[in-house]
Every structure is written in C-alpha cells, then in structure tokens.
Design a protein around this ligand. Sequence first.
Ligand code: COA
Ligand code: AMP
Length: 639
Amino acid sequence: MNQRTYNSEFNRSIADPEAFWMEQAQQIKWYQKPQKSISIDENGFYRWFKGGKLNTCYLALDVHIENGRGNDIALIYDSPVTQSVQKFTFSELREKVARFAGGLKKLGIEKGDTVVIYMPMIPQAVIAMLACARLGAIHSVVFGGFAPHELALRIDDAKPKAIITATSGIEIDRIIPYKPMVDEAIRLSSHKPDHVIVHNRKLGAIRPDADYDVDCSTLMKLSDPVGCTEVDATDPLYILYTSGTTGKPKGIIRDNGGHAVALNYSMKHVYGMNPREVFWAASDVGWVVGHSYIVYAPLIYGCTTVIFEGKPIRTPDASTFWRVISDYDVKVMFTAPTAIRAIKKEDPDGMLMKRFDLSGLRYQFLAGERCDAATLNWLQDHLKIPVIDHWWQTESGWPMVSNMMGYPDHFEVKPGSATKPVCGYNLQILREDGSRAKPNKEGFVTIKLPMPPGTLPNLWGDTERYRMGYLHTFDGYYFSGDGGYVDEEGYVFITGRVDDIINVAGHRLSTAEMEEVVSSHYAVAECCVVGIADELKGQIPLAIAVLKAGQDMEQFRLQSEVVNDVRREIGPVAGLKNVIIAQRLPKTRSGKILRKTIRAIADGQEYKVPSTIDDPIILDEITQLFMDEKIGVFQAKEE
Ligand code: COA
Ligand code: AMP
C-alpha cells in the first residue's frame, strides 16, 4: 500500500520541486546520476537534470534484460486489418532495435542527427524510434494521415539525414501507399535526405525505386547490433511537430532525462500500473500519446505495450477494443473520447462488450479532446470501472491534470472535469491582466514555472516562437492555449482552446493552415475556417468563403475543389468536408474576422454582439446561411 497521498505529494512537488524530482530520478538507471535537478540554460529557460547521462533505449529494453526479464513480452502487435498478431520479448525487440541502429550507423547516422519516421502502426515504427534513441539520434515521427506537403514542411524544418518509411499502410480496407508520399514530399522539400529506408510490407503497393532508397531487410541483414550511446539528460530525444496558430507547425523538443523520469513516474502514479502488466494506448505513434504511452512509458516502466493497427469500429466491428483488452489482459487502457463515441453509436447498449472477459481492466483513461458527460457516463455504466478523463498536450508530453490512480486518495469523478493537477504542475487560471481568477471563473489555463520534467524545453530551431507563444503572455507562467476554470473543490474544467486550434476526432489541427489552403483557391477572395461542434468527432472544420468579384462558382463545385485541395495539401486527417459561400464575413472595425461569434452561431450558443463589430447585420446573414445550409445546430434541429 502506497502510504504517500496525492495531497501531500502534490504539495511537496510544488513547494520543493528540486527535491521531489530528484527523488523520482533515483527510480531510473543513469550512466551518471545528475548532481542537481534544475538549471537555467543559455536562453534563460529551465532545464532538468543537466549533467546526468543516460540512454532512453537502454531504459526501455536493456535494463529489463539485465534484470532477467529478457523472455517477457515487451510488445504485442495486433493488426485486425492484416489479421495478424506478433509478440516480441524484450530480448527479441532489443535484437531488432540494436541491429537496426547498427544499420542506421552504417548509413552515417550519429548522435545528434535527425531522422524522420513516416510509418503506419507496425512494430517497425517502434523499432525505428528506439533505434534512433539507442544511437542518440533525434527522431521526428510524422503522422501518416498528413499529406506530402505537410511532410515536406517537417523535412525542411528538421533537416533529417534519413527518412524511415514503409511501402504502405492500411486504413480499414484501403491500402495507403506511404512510399510514394515520401517521394513526393522529398520532391517538394528544399532539404534532401541522404537515404530513405523502406520497410517492404509486401502488400502489393507500388514501390518505385529511387537512388536514395535502402531496403530495410537488406540493411538489417548486413548490419551488426550496436550498443547504447550515452547522451546528456538535456539532449533531445525527439522532435514532434504539432499545430500552432500559424500555417507552420512547431517542433516540440523532448529531452532524454526529464522525459524518462516523468514517464516512469506517471506509469505508477497517474495510471496506477505495475511493471509486467499490459498497458494499451489506442492512439498512433504519430501523436504524442503514441510516443509517450505506446512506446516510451510502458517500456521504461517494464510493462508490455500494444501497437494496434486498426480503428475502434469497422476493423471488423465495434467489439475490437474489447477483444484486444480481453485477449491480452490489458490492465489500463487509454483512448480518445471520439473512439468511444464511435463505438457507442454502433453498439448503444454495450452488447458487444459483454462477449468478452474484461475483468482484468482496472481503469479506462480518456484524453486528446474534451470529454462530454454522456460519453463518460455511458462508458462507466457499461465497464463498471473508473473512467478517467485527463488533460494534457503535445507540449507537456504527459498528463497535467488527472485523477492520480497510484495514490490512495484519488477523487470522485465530476463529469466535465479532468479532476486535479498532477504532481509537479502548479496550475493557475489567470485573467487577461495576469491576476488569478476566482473559483468557477473562466480564464486562461497556465502553469507556474518551472514546469515539471518531461515538458518541452524549447521549440526546434525557433526559440523566439517558444518564448512568444508560451512564456510571453503571462510573465513566469507557461500558457497552455486552453481556457478553463477551477471549482471551489480544486477540480479543473478545461473548456477548450482560446486560439484557432481545433480538435477533430482527437487530432489537433490548425485552422490557419486550412485557411491558407482555402484562400489560395483561384475563386476565393477571403475565407475563414472555424471548428464547429460535431456529435462524433467533437469538432469538425467548416470553411466559409467569399468569392472574388465576378466569380459565380456553384457552392458544390467550390466545396469539392477545396476539399480536394485540403486533402492534398494537409491530408485526409484534416477532415474538412463543408465549404459554404457567404457574401461577406463578420468582422471588427479593424478587420479581424469574428471567428468565435461564427462558431457560437453554428453551435447554437448564446453570444454577445461584439461592440467592435463593423456591421451587426452580417451576423443575421450568417445565421440565415447556416439555417439554409443546415450547418451545425441547424442540422441537428432539422433531424
Ligand atoms: N494514414 C493515412 N490516412 C489516415 C490515417 C493514417 N494514419 N489516419 C486517418 N487517416 C484518414 C482516414 O482514412 C480518413 O480518410 P477518409 O476521409 O478518406 O475516409 C481521414 O484520415 C479521417 O480519419 P479519422 O479522423 O480517423 O476519421 P474516420 O472517419 O476514418 O474514423 C474514428 C473515425 C472516430 C473511428 C477515428 O477518428 C478514431 O479512431 N478516432 C480516435 C482518434 C485517436 O485515437 N486519436 C489519438 C489522440 S489520443
Ligand atoms: P495534443 O497536443 O494533440 O495532445 O492536443 C492538446 C489539446 O487537446 C489541449 O490543448 C486541449 O485543447 C485538448 N485536450 C486534450 N485532452 C483534453 C481533455 N481531457 N479535456 C479537454 N481538452 C483536452
């Protein structure tokens, strides 16, 4: 029984973060232990465990083998789309990772070099990430739902020496040719990598050869396994690009030391896991959840992890999650509320769940987007275990607000709240003037510095954007970009982004990026893209376009062209399906588009007519347009 309570540990973590985290740092194996926990870098930013030496791949694999667990299962690959299952022990996984790292080394990849990984949900993606970590190379995984243009942006920013990919992925029953997309991205990018390492899945996808191609299995055969390269705690482990408020994605840096310490701590104290148990995050390695809770955290903590190549529904049906939980005796599962909404829609009475033995499942965690009470209650009623909504971001890398299940004093769930701040996060709701908001009053969700280990120390190649985007708004605080409030009992309620980032089916997307694509259409004079409420996906993008004078394009044609443009430029994951034509857009007198008001109209929420509005009549026009086009709340009313 853990004698330490959340309350006492939280207070300790805020009062003396250095001592608190130094204690947690003792739980992982260092080549050289850090002498102090916090230091300040050349930019004036907080850093954790400088001077400590370690290797993240060593912690994920070798340590467990040294502890006699080489024959335990480290990774389970479950792929309903190929109807296959593969299991890897720690020893088997290490052999593959060490050999692949040897191959990368042969190709000239060294500590500090960058490598882009663009892969479907197959074990080779995990092997590629761990192989980079083994060498001290910095990986940057790009989600497969992004189009070549997006991949090219990331190639130009990360400047990889190599790209690792596969011939194809599978989306339910469609083969997605990955390799041609990589070729197209390289054609579009200014930076050209030396090598493209291709894992041939032999699924019949076309695979045109290029000079830079290296066949993965040949490389493996010709290479010898290599050991782990010692890195500094503050050396980057990976860069993960995420959507910002401009068209250019930002490269979140994750360091090695703070990351390992924080993830190891979170497995026990947030998720209530024990080593040797099975943990399953049904996400994608292209997102932060995949990095932290498919790959690094479960392995570092000595759990078995699952890489699942499928969807919550249609692979083959809405029972697939329950089958996986029961097949592998998953103890704790993590997914996005959207996935549960999709399952609930197909199986409203939870009949499919009853077919499986889910008695081993302790907790179900949800994150990635706001969780509506109906979804949380439905899941809780059917699973009859705690369903835990928790809040975090790519930037934090691990949960910031959660019921911490590893402590004995966890809390009653209040639907709509992710519960209380996680140890180490001094969360404050601030008002616009920087003063603290009173309980139940909405404001900006911030974290008083220093943020705990594992959180972003900077942006790749853009220190100024880091400073301005996160640290400048409120002096001494990290600004999350979310709004929310804390109630009188200290429960945190996240109400949504206060910027133009939207969350579509748990995928974080920038409306600014979509606007760039829509406004580059030859017939469009100006446009705006807003995220409107959607029953299944939480939010979906809606584009409103004003045509250039003299253009009288039919709406359906504009829609089909713009939807194609967005799929081609950003990728199918953007999920833009609705484009409507308006005569004009509501703006302030200084010309700023009133996106928040447009969103409120579509969602049927009450709104105040902004005092700065140029012409209030336009709001009536937009309301009428939404009614005519059955957009948002008007669609629901019609049905
Ligand atoms: N590679 C290529 N294409 C991809 C892709 C990938 N890795 N992931 C998604 N796409 C494509 C899909 O095929 C789809 O294309 P389409 O418009 O041609 O059909 C499009 O991107 C949108 O995908 P998605 O958002 O997944 O919607 P969907 O309708 O296919 O599925 C859900 C709906 C709810 C089942 C699905 O969104 C889901 O599982 N959501 C949970 C998300 C999640 O786990 N997020 C992680 C955050 S923790
Ligand atoms: P990402 O960086 O892709 O993980 O997205 C992070 C954003 O998703 C946050 O800034 C929130 O806006 C949203 N988000 C994630 N988890 C939650 C949650 N539990 N409740 C509300 N919003 C969430």
